[in-house]
Design a protein around this ligand. Sequence first.
Ligand SMILES: [Zn+2]
Length: 202
Amino acid sequence: MTIEDKIRKALMKHGMGSTLVPIRCPSCNFLASTPEEEEQLFRKKAQCPHCGVKDKIAQITLDNYILVCDWIGQFATSSNHRDQVSATIMFCVLFESILETLKRDYISIHPEIDSRIKDTEKTFKIKDVFGKTLIQLLDSAPLDIKQFPDEWETIRIKRNNFMHGHSGYLYLNQKDAQDVMDLTPKAIALFIWMNNKYCLRS
Ligand SMILES: [Zn+2]
């Protein structure tokens, strides 16, 4: 099964459509979450399923995410050790980018947060923005999305140890690469779920 098939399957399992290109309503920020909603957002005259706005062509957004997912799959299934390690590092960057997008979109609809944190130079944590931890924010999510933060933490620590040169972690291996292939569809499903739960305008 290719990484694309895995993502498609994971999204369908959560009733989140099957597109590999998240389709976003330009008005309310809604991401299509079923095949019917994808169709609806693609049709120019149709209403957005969330906000009802008509006559706007839906933006096809974040296609680089899908490109990166594809590369993670290609690197993870390579027999080259350098590629396997690259898959793990790329997955971590992908999910960190997803978190940054969610934080940015949440701040854009809650300007009071921006004024509170804009003076700090450090990167702010998800709790600084949302007021809750990632685990708390996923409380009502489907089970395997809820489990994601623990799995993410494991791979994030391995990546950090590797990049900081701790010799015990020098050999991020094929098993780690396979793990991130399994986690990539969950990361995308988490992104769509969190966007539609916390980041909609109106
Ligand atoms: Zn909308």
